[in-house]
Design a protein around this ligand. Structure first.
Ligand code: CDP
Ligand code: CDP
Length: 228
């Protein structure tokens, strides 16, 4: 990593982090880190290798993901050792598996430097659960995005259907609440707003409004303090 300005966008599942982070990065010409995809890839790689996602296997899972070649291409395309796994990591099952492996400190440790290496000039927008609390604690702008459970479930439903993936509202709400609870209550880097985060409730705002708010906050941060 090199000293560069970082914007952190953290929040629970389907709060709009990924969408807003990607647009903000594009507008500013910054790099983008979709940290959740790394946990999704880790869960998928372990499942495919036949490794059960248990604490006893945490180190084996961390070693496995460290040995893999992960390639991020434009348009959210992701390759695992050359295989296109872009859609496989977007199912709700993959999200649940991700939140399981994300509780293992060995896995979080293995992914720490990988994430910091995304910090490059002219700047980075990091999307995740612990960008502001753990990965980039010195970031000059930390945004904590939220939205109501109902709103997040409806948005995730539409998103899954539009990708041709299956979805059911009752299951989605249950999964979302289970994943929130696991992310908030785990010991290792739990989901919580950084002390210096600015909060934005995305329930009644459009994507454009949220993007505009983040860009306005960013302008107010000038001159940007670089993060090493
Ligand atoms: O990355 P995260 O799981 O937080 O959420 P996302 O995938 O960016 O957003 C979930 C869905 O909500 C996407 O389809 C967004 O387009 C949609 N969304 C929306 O319609 N209005 C917003 N203000 C924010 C997100
Ligand atoms: O898009 P959504 O918020 O549903 O999921 P994601 O951002 O792709 O993250 C999937 C799972 O990975 C989350 O439920 C977290 O358990 C975990 N995760 C994490 O622990 N730390 C991060 N920085 C990002 C994701």
């Amino acid at each position: 990593s090199e000293p560069a300005p970082v914007i952190c966008i953290d929040g629970p599942t389907a709060s709009g982090k990924g969408t807003i982070a990607a647009i903000v990065a594009e507008r500013l010409g910054y790099h983008l880190l979709d940290s959740g995809s790394l946990y999704r890839i880790t869960g998928l790689a372990a499942s495919r290798a036949g490794i059960e996602l248990t604490e006893a296997n945490a180190q084996a899972i961390a070693d496995l993901v460290s040995s893999k070649v992960i390639t991020f291409l434009p348009d959210q395309q992701v390759l695992l050792d050359g295989d296109d796994i872009s859609l496989d990591i977007r199912t709700e099952q993959a999200g649940m598996n991700a939140s399981q492996v994300a509780t293992f400190p060995a896995v979080r440790q293995a992914l720490l430097q990988v994430q910091r290496n995304f910090c490059r000039l002219p700047g980075l927008v990091g999307d995740g659960r612990d960008m502001g609390t753990t990965i980039f604690p010195d970031a000059p702008l930390k945004v904590y995005l939220t939205a109501s459970v109902q709103c997040r479930a409806e948005r995730r439903y539409k998103q899954l259907i539009s990708k041709g993936l299956s979805a059911n509202m009752a299951d989605l709400i249950a999964d979302l609440e289970a994943r929130d609870a696991r992310d908030i209550n785990r010991a290792a880097s739990p989901l919580k707003p950084a002390q210096d985060a600015l909060h934005w409730d995305n329930s009644d705002s459009t994507i454009d409004e949220a993007v505009q708010q983040v860009l306005t906050w960013w302008e107010q941060r000038q001159p940007f303090a670089p993060v090493a």
